[in-house]
Write a protein that binds this ligand. Structure first.
Ligand code: G3H
Ligand code: 13P
Ligand code: ZN
Length: 307
């Protein structure tokens, strides 16, 4: 089908009340596993490359892998720049084959975030490329923190409304208590679903959940069984994820689960088959683990059959 704009995928998800997976990749194996899993679930999918991934694999390689991978599938696929901070790189993505970009200026004061985001929208809009921006900070929020401390970290719904109007963004990532990586919460996952629903009501935009990995027991257990150290790893439980979708999330960002799935498969082969020297037989099972993890995530998100 070829790459489509992130807008097309997310506007449909917003109308249909479901979420689409945005999965990070840094190499051919992970990308191919994501695309095959989405194809087999007949689900739309977003493949995301971070600035670090582009540096690692090379800009042209990332674009070529995603473009040829999408052309070989029959589902809507968008290529997204994740957490874009470097304006030159964002421009390169807009001109060079990405169909969706994120401008992450959430660390800057509100007005600066507005101005920077507006510049990206101006560059992207004429090419039909969608723009995601972020409000608030992606840090886990402990139960005992005060209302003022929570407000300082999480998205402010009134600000979200004004931000959306001023910038003309296509989707918004509101901080509601998730964080990146494998150690998201010390105790129970506590996401601010009420705040999320207010942001949805105020903006009506497709909303994005960062830090959405669930750290499934079968994946964490596999990594740990074969020597990985992940004590205290804790993600967003599926039930909580589904509450965020009911509250207005339409794009769910998953990286850590896939990293661990790949590593679990790799660790197992390296420890169980010490004489294996064929890379395809070493990396193949790791790729298969990612494929299974993506299919499982897509089922939880409710976007199977939505292609
Ligand atoms: O949100 C961050 C993603 O997990 C990408 O991480 O910048 O280490 O590639 P990275
Ligand atoms: P995880 O670390 O929970 O996978 O989050 C990934 C993410 O938000 C990418 O933007
Ligand atoms: Zn993120």
């Amino acid at each position: 089908m070829g790459l489509v704009s992130g807008k097309e995928i997310l506007q449909k998800a917003n109308k249909g009340g479901y979420a689409v997976g945005a999965f990070n990749f840094v190499n051919m194996e992970v990308l191919d596993a994501i695309l095959s899993a989405a194809q087999d679930e007949n689900a739309p999918v977003i493949v995301a490359a971070s600035e670090g991934a582009i540096k690692y694999a090379g800009f042209e390689t990332i674009v070529a892998l995603a473009t040829t991978g999408a052309a070989a599938r029959k589902i809507p696929i968008a290529l997204h720049l994740d957490h874009g901070k470097d304006m030159k790189l964002i421009e390169k993505c807009i001109k060079g084959g990405f169909t969706s970009v994120m401008i992450d200026a959430s660390h800057a004061p509100f007005n600066e975030n507005v101005e920077t985001t507006k510049k990206v929208v101006e560059m992207a809009r004429p090419k039909g490329i969608s723009v995601e921006a972020e409000l608030g900070r992606l840090t886990g929020v402990e139960d005992h923190v005060s209302v003022a401390e929570r407000d300082a970290v999480l998205v402010n719904p009134a600000e979200a409304e004004s931000f959306a109007k001023q910038t003309g963004i296509d989707s918004l990532a509101p901080a509601i208590g998730t964080s990146h990586g494998a150690f998201k919460f010390k105790g129970e996952a506590k996401l601010d679903i009420e705040r999320l629903a207010k942001v949805k009501k105020a903006t009506q935009l497709p909303l994005v959940l960062h830090g959405a990995s669930s750290l499934p027991e079968e994946i964490v257990g596999l990594v740990a069984k074969f020597g990985g150290k992940l004590d205290g790893a804790h993600g967003v439980p599926d039930s909580e994820l589904q509450k965020t979708i009911a509250g207005g999330i339409n794009k769910v960002n998953v990286d850590t689960d896939l990293r661990l799935a790949f590593l679990g498969g790799l660790r197992r082969v390296l420890l169980e088959q010490k004489e294996e020297i064929d890379l395809r037989k070493v990396l193949g099972p790791a790729k298969e683990m990612v494929y299974k993890a993506v299919r499982s995530r897509i089922k939880v998100l409710g976007c199977s059959g939505k292609a």
